[in-house]
Design a protein. Structure first.
Length: 320
């Protein structure tokens, strides 16, 4: 990583008691990203606090971190942040503000196919406290997000497999070990996201459990996920509405926990009036014949708990 040009200005330096030093810095990172900081350093207690702005930072440099915790490659992504920072002499760190990631694209390592991508993700009301290992986001706004979800022949789900590291990573250690009367210091980051708002999302869903293979493209998805948390027993609610193949109405609803180690989903997908010519594989699997016209309504529930999948499917055919 190259910092050029790098400018640093220090003001108010003194050895007198109670002195606070001003620190201003400005730099370019690898000729594209920019970083600016306006900080105050207290000589008495070693407290450093102030504001920092980062723009256009190439996120692909975090790939080694992703390799420890996932099975995906980050091909693109630009990070922008505007944060208020606090760094204590004992190493305690806190930050709050806004973080934004533009033009992100990830692929799975095995097939190098698109996994998750989006045009923009903006975290509003972001706060992190390293002393208690707590991270909270009040609102996560996503513009044109895309995800690929695949159910394999053995009923495993690609999301679970990709988000499981090939070699388990060690537990996260917070910046400062803080003990409480109730027990030992926390070992893993507690995450809470109050609201995820999706605009013009799309989902590529494939079910290889049913043969022959079936894929469906769900577009123009809009809606919210409320109450995401890393607490193992927590359940976030999902409510999205969109279109299948651009015309047939679709809804995705249910409960989930995507942030804890014990992945849980209880998701219902409903498609109404889907052109049967685009879902002939399902007809062949369940009815034993090919078709050339008609409408199909699908009501499917996928329940994932303890890495086990339970699926319930209901099909209604009209105008055959």
């Amino acid at each position: 990583m190259m910092l050029d040009p790098f400018r640093l200005r220090v003001t108010g330096f003194s050895t007198a008691q109670g002195t606070t030093i001003g620190i201003l810095t400005e730099t370019k990172i690898d000729k594209t990203a920019s970083f600016n900081a306006d900080l105050k350093y207290a000589m008495d207690d070693g407290r450093l606090e102030g504001t920092a702005q980062l723009a256009g930072f190439d996120m692909t440099v975090i790939q080694p971190y992703l390799d420890r915790y996932t099975r995906m490659d980050l091909l693109e992504g630009l990070l922008t942040a505007d944060l208020a920072l606090t760094l204590l002499a004992d190493g305690g760190f806190a930050a709050n503000g806004t973080i934004q990631v533009d033009k992100l694209r990830t692929v799975d390592k095995a097939g190098q196919e698109d996994f998750v991508k989006w045009a923009r993700l903006r975290a509003e009301g972001f706060s992190y406290d390293g002393r208690t290992a707590e991270l909270r986001i009040k609102r996560l706004a996503m513009r044109s997000p895309y995800a690929r979800v695949i159910i394999a022949k053995d009923e495993t789900i690609n999301v679970v497999e990709i988000m499981t590291p090939a070699n388990p990573a060690p537990a996260y250690q917070p910046t400062v070990q803080v003990a409480t009367e109730q027990g030992p210091p926390p070992q893993e980051t507690k995450i809470r996201i109050d609201t995820v708002a999706m605009e013009d999302a799309s989902l590529n869903f494939a079910d290889f459990w049913i043969q022959p293979n079936y894929r469906v493209s769900i577009e123009q998805l809009n809606g919210n996920i409320i109450g995401l948390s890393s607490e193992e027993t927590s359940r976030a609610t999902l409510d999205l509405k969109g279109k299948v193949d651009r015309y047939a109405p679709a809804t995705i609803s249910g409960t989930m926990n995507l942030l804890s180690a014990a992945l849980y989903t209880d998701i219902n997908l409903k498609f109404a009036g889907v052109d049967l010519t685009s879902v002939t594989p399902y007809s062949g699997r369940f009815a034993g014949y090919e078709i050339d016209k008609g409408k199909l309504s699908i009501d499917v529930t996928y329940h994932v708990e303890n890495r086990a999948l339970d699926a319930k499917q209901k099909f209604e055919i009209d105008q055959l």
